[in-house]
Structures are given as C-alpha cells and as structure tokens.
Design a protein around this ligand. Structure first.
Ligand code: AMP
Ligand code: MG
Length: 276
C-alpha cells in the first residue's frame, strides 16, 4: 500500500491583513494538499482526529489558553458536517458549540455582540461558533435589516472585539467554508431527495440562494475588513467534504501546536507519596 501524503500548508488559505479577498479567485474544489483520493482520506483523518484530541487534552490540562473557532459559509457549506467530523474525538467536557440563529427579542434588544460574548471560551476550553457575530454584517446587510451606516461601522467593532479576546488569551481561528453555487445546488437537491435529510431543508434557503452574489460581496468585504494577525480568516475549499475535513484538521493542529503547550508541573513530589 502506498503511503498517502498530506502536504497541506494552511497558510495558503489564510487571508492576509489589509488584502482584498476575491472569492472567485479562490478554489472551492481543490484537493492540492493531499496526494490520495477520497477513499484514502478516512485513515488520515482518523490520525488527525487523534492528534487533535491530544492537543485539546493538553489545552484543558494546562488551562492557560482559550480557543475560539468561528465557522461561516453559505447555506449547505458544511458547518455542521465540519463540527461532526473534525471534532468527533474531542472530550466533550472541554469543547462547546454555540450556534447562532436569528436573534430573539431579548437579543435584539441588546447590541449585537451581547449574545456572542457570553459564549466565548474560558481558560482551557475550546468553543466552536456555528455562525457568529459575522451574521450581523452578512444576512443583516443583504436583507437591509439595518441601514448601511450601521452595518458598515461594525467591521471596526468586530476587529476591536476580537483583538480584546486575543489580547486576553484567546486564540482565534476563523474559517470560511467556500463552496460553489453548483455544489450548493447538489446539496439542496440531496436535502429534497433523501428523506433522512428532509429536516435540513428550509424553503428560505432558496431565497438566500437567489441572492448568492450579494452574499459573496458581503463575505468578501467581511473577510477583507476583519482578517487580522491575531484573528485571521482562512478560505477553506469545501466542495469536497473529505478534503475540507483534512484542511480544517491540519489548520487547527498547526495553530494549537503553535501555542507551545505543556502539561503543568505536578503540585508536589509525587514520587514520595505512598497510598495505603
Ligand atoms: P441554520 O444555520 O441553517 O440553522 O440557520 C440559522 C439562520 O439564522 C440563518 O438563516 C441565519 O442567517 C440566521 N441568523 C443568524 N444570525 C442572525 C442575525 N444576527 N440576524 C439575522 N439572522 C441571523
Ligand atoms: Mg440552514
């Protein structure tokens, strides 16, 4: 059996600060970083799942860093699937998922970051945002839920908010799951055809699909305006779910390894302790 090679350089997907993102120039279906095919991916993903679980355990044990993963993308881009497959081996005690739906009455009566901040991670924990404060410059913008002057100034708020989190010890990784419009059509069709997927189909998804280009423009602005050194965006090619899982896993592994974590020193000289 040939050894399948993984040479994903997460940096190639990063949005560098002060650069203009053009999503049309970024691949949705590349599998460049892996020499194998879909059928070769599961054992590689399993190895990465195990590595991620080890790193998360150290994160928890050390209790020094906080980790925030932000997932955004068009409908059907695979936010739920990414959570399911990339984080499946992580100890549930140390990871929380926060899913942000349309705000309720109480949330709408506050500033838009109020409901977000309550879910940011504590020391030693990892939190995954399934949608996020970015909806307040995406769906809110394309549907004119607030005037332009209101959503436009939010980029600055968001940069400052995320910088606050980063300065106070949060490692932030923001992932845009990049799918093509054709791929979305297939995934929506699958939701119509497969009874097991009916529950995922929402009629509103078709209205959103009709304004695909407006969403792309809103994403391009959001990614360009808010990818910073401490809170970078990554544009993940996501048409192939198996490749998306490898990229997201590799990216998280490298960023977590970059934290240079260690298990804490034992509190006492454990060698001298005798149990009855
Ligand atoms: P889903 O992720 O498919 O469960 O859908 C969640 C829905 O909530 C999406 O249609 C989002 O656009 C919507 N949503 C999330 N945050 C906001 C927000 N701040 N304002 C309006 N709609 C939102
Ligand atoms: Mg949906």
């Amino acid at each position: 059996m040939t050894k399948r090679e993984l040479r994903i350089d997460p940096d190639q997907y990063r949005v560098h600060p002060h650069t203009r993102v053009r999503l049309g120039d970024r691949s949705t279906n590349s599998t460049d970083g892996f020499s194998g095919t879909k059928t070769d991916a599961p054992p590689v993903l399993a190895e990465m799942n195990a590595r991620l679980a080890d790193l998360q355990e150290m994160l928890y044990a050390e209790g020094r860093h906080k980790v925030l993963v932000v997932l955004q993308g068009m409908d059907t881009s695979g936010k739920d699937g990414t959570i399911k497959h990339v984080f499946r081996t992580i100890n549930p005690a140390g990871v929380q998922v926060a899913s942000f739906k349309a705000p309720n009455e109480v949330e709408l009566a506050h500033d838009y970051l109020w409901r977000i901040h309550q879910h940011t991670p504590r020391n030693g924990h990892m939190v995954i945002f399934n949608r996020s404060h970015y909806e307040d410059v995406l769906v809110v913008r394309v549907h004119d839920l607030v005037p332009e002057e209101v959503w436009r100034r939010r980029y600055e708020h968001i940069r400052a908010f995320e910088q606050t989190l980063a300065d106070e010890g949060t490692m932030i990784v923001k992932l845009f799951l990049h799918i093509s419009k054709d791929e979305q059509k297939e995934r929506l069709q699958a939701r119509l055809d497969d009874p097991a997927k009916h529950w995922k189909f929402q009629a509103g998804d078709l209205d959103e699909r009709a304004i695909w280009d407006e969403y792309i423009a809103a994403f391009e602005d959001a990614l360009s305006e808010t990818s910073t050194h401490d809170a970078p965006w990554y544009v993940v090619p996501a048409d192939r779910k198996w490749y998306r899982n490898l990229v997201v896993s590799q990216l998280l592994i490298e960023r977590l390894e970059g934290l240079d974590m260690h298990y804490p020193e034992p509190a006492a000289d454990l060698g001298s302790i005798r149990l009855d």
